[in-house]
Design a protein around this ligand. Structure first.
Ligand code: UD1
Length: 366
C-alpha cells in the first residue's frame, strides 16, 4: 500500500512522526514523507526531523513562504507532479495548514483517496485561515480520523457518512509519549536560569494577535505586566519576530523579565511546558498538550477548534484584557482542574495502522 504522508509546517512534523514509525514496522506499507517546504528555517523544520528520527523527506517541494494563495498554488503545482509520477494508493494529510488543503485537492482531482488525520475539529471562525483549510479538506476527504467526539459530531452535522469517520484519539499525545524520556531529561529549565513551576511559557503567532501593531503592542504590554510576578520565557515564531521588528516594538520587552529565544526543538520546548506554572498561547497543539499534562493554559483567542480542552481539560479562552485576572486565579490555586479526554493515550498511530490494514483488505475483496 503506497502511502504519502504530507507535512509542511512545524505542527505537522509532530503529527506525522509517530505515524511514520508505526507504519514502518509493517512491510505492507510503503510510506513516503512529502515536505512541502512551507516552514524552512532549521529551527522550524530540520530540527524536528532529527529529533523524531525521521528520514529526510522523500520529496521536498521547496515552496517556502509567501501569501496564502502562493503557498496553496505552488504546493498544488509541485505536488501534482509527484502524485502523477508515483500514484500513491492513499494520501494522508494532517491538521489544518495550507498544504493540508492544497494536497487534498491535488490528490482528489487525480482520483487518489485522501485521509485526514485530525478531521472534524472546528472553531466556527471562518476568518482563520486554518478553519477554511479544515472545512475544505473535510468536504472532499475519504477517511476522517478524529481526535475527540465533538469532531465526529461536527462531521455528521456537515453530512459526512458515519462509516467514514473513526475517532482515533490525539496523535500529538503519541508524540509526547514517544519523546517522554528525552523531554524529562532535557535541561532547558536550568539552561534559561528558570526555577521549576516558578515561570510561565508564552507562544504567539496567530495573525489575529500579531499582525496588527496596536493588538501586538497591547499584548506585549500585558505580557510585561504578567512577568512582574511570574517570569516568562517566549520562544518567538518568525512571523511574530518579524512584526515586532517592523512595528518597532522591541523596546517594550527590553529590560523586562521576559526571556526571548529562537523557536526551540520539541524536547526542549516540552521540557519547559512540563515544568511551567502555566502557559499563555494562541497555538492549537499546546492547548491539547497542557490538557493532557494538567497544566493551566490561557489561550488568547476568541474561539478554539479544540473545545474539549475547555470542557474537560485545563484550557481557558481569554481576551488580552483578562489575562492578568486569570493569572491571579492560577497563582491563588483558584483555576480549574481538568481530566484527560478519551483516547488521548499514545495509541492513536496504532489504531490508524489497523484501519489502513482493513482498508487494504476490503479493497482487495472488491
Ligand atoms: C503556520 C500555519 C499554522 C500553524 C503555524 C505553526 C497555515 C495557514 N498556518 O502558520 O496553522 O499553527 O504554522 O508554526 O498554514 N517563516 C520563516 N521561517 C519559517 C517559516 C515561516 O521565516 O521556517 C516566515 C514566513 O515566510 C512568513 C511567516 O514566517 O512570513 C509566517 O509563516 P507562514 O507559513 O505563513 O504561517 P505561520 O504563521 O507559520
Amino acid at each position: 500500500m503506497k502511502l504519502h504522508l504530507i507535512a509542511a509546517a512545524r505542527p505537522n512534523f509532530m503529527k506525522i512522526a509517530p505515524l511514520y514509525h508505526e507504519l514502518q514496522q509493517d512491510p505492507l506499507f510503503d510510506v513516503k514523507i512529502i515536505h512541502t517546504g512551507q516552514h524552512y528555517d532549521k529551527n522550524m523544520s530540520d530540527t524536528f526531523f532529527t529529533e523524531f528520527k525521521l528520514p529526510a523527506p522523500h520529496h521536498n517541494l521547496g515552496i517556502g513562504g509567501g501569501t496564502q494563495a502562493e503557498q496553496v498554488g505552488y504546493t498544488m503545482i509541485a505536488y501534482e507532479k509527484v502524485c502523477i509520477s508515483e500514484r500513491p494508493d492513499l494520501v494522508i494529510v494532517v491538521g489544518d495548514v495550507n498544504a493540508t488543503v492544497a494536497c487534498s485537492i491535488t490528490a482528489k482531482k487525480l482520483h487518489i483517496p485522501v485521509a485526514h488525520l485530525e478531521a472534524g475539529i472546528r472553531s466556527f471562525d471562518i476568518s482563520m485561515p486554518e478553519e477554511i483549510n479544515r472545512m475544505l479538506t473535510d468536504r472532499i476527504a475519504d477517511y476522517f480520523w478524529t481526535p475527540s467526539a465533538d469532531a465526529d459530531t461536527n462531521l455528521l452535522n456537515e453530512g459526512i457518512s458515519p462509516q467514514k469517520i473513526t475517532m482515533v484519539g490525539n496523535i500529538m499525545i503519541d508524540t509526547l509519549e514517544m519523546m517522554r524520556s528525552r523531554i524529562e531529561t532535557a535541561h532547558t529549565v536550568s539552561r534559561f536560569h528558570l526555577a521549576q513551576k516558578q515561570y510561565a511559557v508564552c507562544t504567539f503567532h496567530r495573525p489575529s494577535n500579531v499582525d496588527s501593531r496596536s493588538t501586538l503592542e497591547k499584548l506585549l504590554r500585558t505580557l510585561v505586566k504578567v512577568s512582574e510576578t511570574t517570569p516568562l520565557i517566549f520562544p518567538i515564531h518568525p512571523r511574530t519576530k518579524k512584526n515586532i521588528a517592523t512595528f518597532a516594538l522591541d523596546n517594550i520587552i527590553a529590560n523586562s523579565a521576559i526571556t526571548l529565544t529562537e523557536p526551540l526543538g520539541y524536547s526542549d520546548f516540552m521540557h519547559l511546558v512540563f515544568n511551567a506554572k502555566f502557559i499563555l498561547t494562541d497555538s492549537g497543539g499546546i492547548q491539547e498538550e497542557t490538557t493532557y499534562l494538567g497544566i493551566p493554559c490561557l489561550t488568547v483567542r476568541n474561539s478554539t477548534e479544540r473545545p474539549i480542552t475547555i470542557w474537560e481539560g485545563t484550557n481557558a479562552l481569554v481576551s488580552v484584557d483578562h489575562i492578568v485576572d486569570h493569572v491571579y486565579q492560577i497563582e491563588h490555586q483558584q483555576f480549574k482542574k481538568g481530566k484527560v479526554p478519551d483516547l488521548w493515550d499514545g495509541n492513536t498511530a496504532h489504531r490508524i495502522a489497523t484501519i489502513l490494514r482493513n482498508i487494504q483488505t476490503s479493497d482487495k475483496q472488491k
